[in-house]
Design a protein around this ligand. Structure first.
Ligand code: ADP
Length: 680
């Protein structure tokens, strides 16, 4: 039943003279635990109450009492056990040595609690053996020393212990293997908490196992992912594994690049319960400096990019989000705005803070939704050469051409993921981004002004010789007609008429050019006076009717006294131009109808209708532009400069009126103009 000297030993005899007391030596060896003194009745109760198997044994090793549990445990009946030698409960091979052990225990009886000895075995009646644990206690029953043994079958316990020992052994072996590996190996649970951290990981990252366990792996290692962590997780989920390079930060703050192999571990229900990560260092820190995708390299690239855009003369900025928050800008932008726009601030806030206005050519502020920047951001429009004027708080106005394009955001998002501090502002995944370029066109405007001035001077200088020419040709023709001087041959007469026409044409051209340059320079002034418009129209119609016999110009109005506060010369210029066009662009002749009507809103509307070549649909929107002529006018061989309508519209608008038309090619054209009437 026992295997060592602490086991279940009994003395065969106790001295007769002192059966109830123990020797001083015995007392010393059982401090606090002298033998219990019990009566026979107490002993019987004790035996039956105990859940353990109990045996009461005499000093000679004879079983004196047993309880039910003991007899069941060993497979003997009560009667079969009483009076038997204790050794029948031991495997045979231990019996002889046991007698000696029993003697030494009786010589020095003491309390021996359970679980203290080594491996003990019992033997059942059927010969089978089983592991047991035992506790011993000396006891005085009716003044005679006995030993009471409590025995417990520990078969299940031993089995569990053995399995555990085997598992521990396997685990130790695995850990030893993991630790022997040169690579950093870690296991993380579904929320990335580190569950295993081998020696390789300790060595590579500098964090001890104790420090690393339970931490979130990507937070501990400040992992920079090539794409995004979500993308890697998705790949793991779909394919079960992922392989790629990652940048990690060691405990000492240095960066290490690793080739990472990750495997998703699933349980029997196919639920992921952990990820095994094997990270192999691929770069030494100095190699890392040259890797293009590392943070350091990205930081360098960004600052290089900043240098480049700072060196550009055009203003550049990148904005994000519905409120156009600044992400990046250059130095030239600051000089165009006249202020520094801080990264992260919205465009509206910035403009308001510095009293900056964005206005159109007429000086009227653009509403926010009409800014090129807003259009690119919110409508995803590519805005090209939008004319805006930036009016700084100091009053300085800078004409600019704006190009704005919507951008894709993944580049900025991956930068942000790599290192949030790189951007100084947070770009959301769904946010719109736009790149805006402002070109300062002050120099162009200056050049344009110089050109206009040159044209103006040239036109002005041409006027005097043209006047001489016109006067001379006119006089020559008139005097010849009157019979003064020699008669001219027909061809001579025709040539003089051609010279006169060309001079007229040149005169119109120079006058128009002068007007255009005056308009451009803001030097075009009206000399208003209250004028009878109906009379003016009447006069112009009569004059122009004399220039054509192919056309019949009619006035359709019952109004004879329409008074307006206008510059009569300029309005005559407009009406003459429109009527001349109606005649000119109706080469086959026909009726030209001039109508005059008054509207309730105190404006007078004049329309001029012809049945000529019309204006092609595709060119109608540009027909008021400078030097603009329609293709069909060219094709019909009709001369012109393309300046008349441009001037007409400018003059009418200066009168707070409007000029427009309706036209159909080969059917005819009607021009409409409105002018405010003189208020009473
Ligand atoms: P132009 O000196 O060429 O007549 P305008 O500025 O007066 O210049 O007119 C611009 C262009 O508009 C013309 O060249 C012609 O193509 C078109 N146009 C103007 N009026 C008419 C019209 N009544 N019918 C057809 N085309 C016209």
């Amino acid at each position: 039943m026992l295997m060592d000297e602490q086991a279940f030993n009994f003395q065969h005899h106790i001295p007769d003279k002192q059966p109830e007391t123990l020797s001083p030596q015995q007392e010393k060896t059982t401090p606090g635990h002298p033998p219990l003194t019990v009566s026979a009745a107490e002993m019987t109760t004790l035996l039956h109450l105990s859940p353990d198997a109990l045996l009461l044994v005499s000093t000679t090793g004879i079983i004196c009492q047993v309880n039910e549990t003991a007899s069941q445990l060993f497979g003997y009946s009560y009667d079969e056990l009483i009076g038997q030698s204790l050794e029948i409960l031991l495997p045979e091979r231990f019996r002889a040595t046991h007698v000696a052990h029993r003697d030494s225990y009786i010589a020095q009886p003491r309390l021996r609690p359970m679980g203290q000895g080594l491996e003990l075995f019992g033997r059942r009646k059927d010969g089978s053996e089983f592991p047991i644990d035992i506790s011993l206690r000396p006891i005085l029953l009716e003044h005679a020393l006995h030993t009471i043994a409590a025995i417990r079958d520990v078969t299940t316990q031993r089995l569990t212990e053995r399995t555990l020992a085997k598992q521990a052994e396997r685990l130790n072996m695995q850990t030893a293997l993991l630790n022997a590996a040169h690579d950093a190996i870690l296991v993380r649970d579904p929320v990335s908490r580190i569950k295993l951290w081998n020696h390789g990981a300790e060595k590579l990252y500098g964090w001890t196992t104790q420090e690393a366990l339970g931490r979130i792996s990507h937070t501990l290692l400040k992992t920079r992912f090539p794409a995004s962590r979500v993308a890697i997780d998705m790949r793991l989920e779909q394919e079960g594994h992922w392989e790629g390079e990652l940048a990690h930060t060691r405990r000492d703050g240095t960066t290490v690049i690793v080739r990472s192999q990750q495997i998703l571990l699933r349980d029997q229900q196919n639920q992921p319960y952990a990820t095994l990560e094997i990270n192999h260092e691929v770069t030494s820190p100095d190699q890392y400096e040259h890797k293009p995708y590392t943070m350091q390299a990205v930081t360098e690239q960004l600052s290089f990019l900043q240098h480049i855009i700072d060196a550009l003369p055009t203003s550049i900025y990148v904005v994000h989000g519905d409120n156009a928050r600044l992400l990046l800008t250059n130095k030239a932008a600051a000089s165009i705005w006249g202020a520094v726009w801080p990264v992260g601030q919205t465009m509206r806030e910035f403009l308001d803070t510095h009293g900056i206005l964005i206005v159109n050519a007429q000086g009227r502020p653009f509403p926010e939704q009409a800014w090129a920047t807003t259009r690119a951001l919110l409508q995803k429009e590519i805005v090209i050469q939008h004319q805006e004027i930036i009016r700084q708080s100091t009053g300085v106005s800078i004409p600019i051409l704006v190009n704005a394009v919507p951008l894709d955001s993944p580049y900025w998002q991956s930068l942000q993921q790599m290192e949030p501090s790189l951007l100084q502002t947070t770009v959301q995944l769904s946010e719109p981004l736009a790149l805006v370029i402002h070109q300062d066109v002050r120099m162009l405007k200056e050049a344009e002004y110089l050109k206009d001035e040159f044209i103006g001077v040239a036109a002005h200088e041409l006027r005097s010789p043209l006047a001489v020419l016109k006067g001379a040709v006119g006089t020559l023709l008139l005097q010849t007609q009157r019979g003064h001087g020699p008669q001219l041959a027909d061809w001579q007469q025709e040539m003089l008429q051609e010279i006169e026409q060309a001079t007229d044409h040149l005169n119109t051209l120079t006058t128009d050019l002068l007007d255009v340059t005056r308009l451009q320079a803001g030097q075009f002034f009206l000399h208003r006076t209250s004028t009878n418009l109906s009379a003016l129209v009447q006069r112009i119609v009569e004059r122009l009717q004399q220039t054509t016999s192919l056309h019949q110009i009619e006035i359709n109005t019952s109004l004879h006294n329409v008074i307006a506060n206008i510059d009569p010369q300029r309005i005559e210029q407009v009406l003459t131009n429109l009527l001349t066009n109606a005649i000119k662009y109706s080469p086959k002749g026909g009726a030209v109808l001039v109508s005059l009507a008054i509207h309730t809103n105190a404006t007078v509307e004049i329309s001029i209708q012809d049945h000529g070549i019309g204006i092609p649909q595709h060119q109608q929107s540009q027909i008021f532009g400078r030097f603009m002529r329609a293709d069909n006018a060219h094709a019909a061989g009709i001369n012109g400069t393309g300046l008349g309508l441009y001037l007409c519209r400018a003059i009418v608008e200066q009168h707070q009126g409007q000029l427009w038309f309706a036209s159909q090619e080969n059917v005819g054209t009607t021009f409409f103009l409105t002018l405010p009437l003189l208020q009473a």
